[in-house]
Structures are given as C-alpha cells and as structure tokens.
Design a protein around this ligand. Structure first.
Ligand code: HEC
Length: 257
C-alpha cells in the first residue's frame, strides 16, 4: 500500500497525510479554488493574537518583578556605601608632575634591578663568586662599558675592588628598552654609596644601538677595555633636571607667571 492515501480510500485522513494545498492545486485555476483561504505549510501557521498578547503581558510582569525585587537598577546596590563622586570642578585634567631625573630614574631602576638582585644581592654586595656592584669601578666608571656588561653579560677574569673573579654573567639585554636601561644604570650608579652621573634616555638609546651592532655573546674585560672604555654619547642629564615620569624625556619648565 502506498504512503500517499488515495482518494479511493474511504477512510478519513486522520493522519493528515494529504496536503490540502497540493490537492487543491491539482484542480487547476478555477474560481472555486481561488476563493478558498490559502492553507499555510505545516509549522508556518500564524500565531494567534492571544498568544502574542499573553507573552507581552508575561514580559511586562517579569520586567516589573526584576526591577523591583532584583535591585539590578538600584543605585544603592551598585555603588559602595559612602562612595562620593568627585565634584566636577570644570578645570583642566590633572597633570602628572615631572620629577628630578635622579630620583625618578632611581625609583624605576630599583624595579629593574630585581632581575639582578638574585645574583648581586639586594644591597649590591655580591655573593660567592659574584662580584659586588657597590663600590665597583665598573659600575661608576665609563657608561658605555657598563651598558655593554649589562646588555651582553660578561665572562672571564675580571677584577672588582682588588678581588679577582672568573665567572659568567648571562646577558641581561632581553626585555631591556632604553627606559629600563637608563633607569637601572642610574640606580646602581647612585645607590649603596655609589655616586656617578645620571644616564639619560638618549645615552641609553646609544647603548642599545652599540649593543645591537656588536651582536650576541658575553663581553670580556679585554674587549671592554679595547672598544668600550668611554662614556656614552648623548645629552647629559643633571640629577635635578625635571623629566616626564612616563616618557623620561626632560621637560621644559614654564616660569611662574
Ligand atoms: C646569574 C647571575 C647574574 C645576574 C642575574 C646578573 N649578574 Fe652581573 N655579574 C655576574 C657575575 C658572575 C659577574 C662576574 C663575571 C665574570 O667573572 O666575568 C657579574 C659582573 C657584573 C658587573 C661587572 C663587575 C662588577 O661587579 O662591577 C656588573 C656591572 C654587573 N654584573 C651588573 C649587573 C646588572 C646591572 C645586572 C642586572 C641587570 C646583573 N649584573 C645581573 C652575575 C650576574
């Protein structure tokens, strides 16, 4: 027996197997057929108006319940007790004040120094087989020399404070930008009793340029003496020169009116 119920079958079409639209289409374009209300496909029937109104009503009530009970739109629930909004004074936005180069670079440099402290010690006093930075002429001496030690690391015999060392310091250049380099150099040159010039951003940039041109590998004392026994080129920065705390560039200070 075929799936499609034939018209000869006397039983009523209880399973709705005959598509009424198709059955009518077979009758052709006759006025009687055209008068019939179009039958929509299964599943595409229009929703009753009552259902639309009912769901609208449910959403309305739901929204009211959430708004009243949930506290989702409640100012007191969202903001901390006692929090007061700063009054809008209508003035210019707050300015970040420039600070003296030595103080600012040292503060930032102390943070960078945390990657050295594991070996050279928190006070720069060194350790077994590791030379001190406090009181070291390598630290307070020519800045180009110091910058290349930090960037590339140093290997082989080196004398610090009359004591001979012969170890390997791994390169510290990875992740060091000119800001970090200027900061850490200024910090170690001016803490723990050390006293030497501030390293400017321009000088640190020069140091990176030299380091990149040289290529990888730890430096030796021989190479340092031969190629880098001098101060870095670039504008000098006095300890009290005001610099921008974000860019580390010197700022023009406007005279008070
Ligand atoms: C893994 C250990 C280690 C780390 C980390 C390290 N150093 Fe060194 N550093 C050494 C050793 C070892 C020497 C001596 C190498 C030699 O004998 O040739 C040395 C030598 C030096 C020297 C020259 C000698 C002296 O004492 O003045 C300087 C300057 C220096 N380090 C600075 C730094 C700075 C700045 C950092 C961080 C950015 C740093 N080091 C990170 C182990 C380390």
């Amino acid at each position: 027996m075929s799936d499609q119920q034939s018209s000869a079958d006397p039983r009523p079409d209880l399973d709705d197997k005959i598509n009424v639209a198709d059955a009518h289409a077979s009758l052709g374009d006759t006025p009687a057929v055209n008068r019939e209300k179009r039958v929509t496909e299964n599943g595409m029937e229009p929703v009753s108006l009552g259902l639309i109104l009912l769901s609208g009503f449910v959403m309305l009530v739901g929204g009211a319940v959430l708004g009243k009970g949930g506290g989702f739109f409640d100012y007191d629930e969202l903001y901390l007790d006692g929090m007061v909004r700063a009054p809008d004074t209508g003035g210019p936005p707050p300015v970040i004040l420039p600070a003296p180069a030595l103080a600012l670079l040292s503060k930032e440099g102390a943070k960078v120094y945390s990657k050295c402290a594991g070996c050279h010690g928190a006070g720069g006093a060194g350790g077994s087989g590791i030379p001190p930075l406090a009181g070291s002429d390598w630290v307070t001496g020519p800045t180009e020399q110091l910058s290349q030690i930090i960037y590339h690391g140093v290997t082989g015999p080196i004398e610090v404070g009359g004591v001979a060392y012969n170890g390997v310091m791994p390169a510290q250049g990875l992740g060091l930008g000119k800001k970090e380099l200027a900061a850490v150099m200024t910090y170690i040159r001016n803490d723990w009793g050390n006293k030497a010039s501030v390293v400017s951003l321009e000088q640190a940039a020069k140091a990176l340029e030299i380091a990149n041109a040289r290529g990888d590998g730890a430096v030796t004392v021989e190479e340092l003496k031969k190629n880098h026994d001098k101060d870095l080129e670039g504008a000098e920065l006095l300890p009290e020169t005001l610099i921008d705390p974000i860019t580390f560039e010197p700022v023009e200070v406007q005279a008070a009116k």
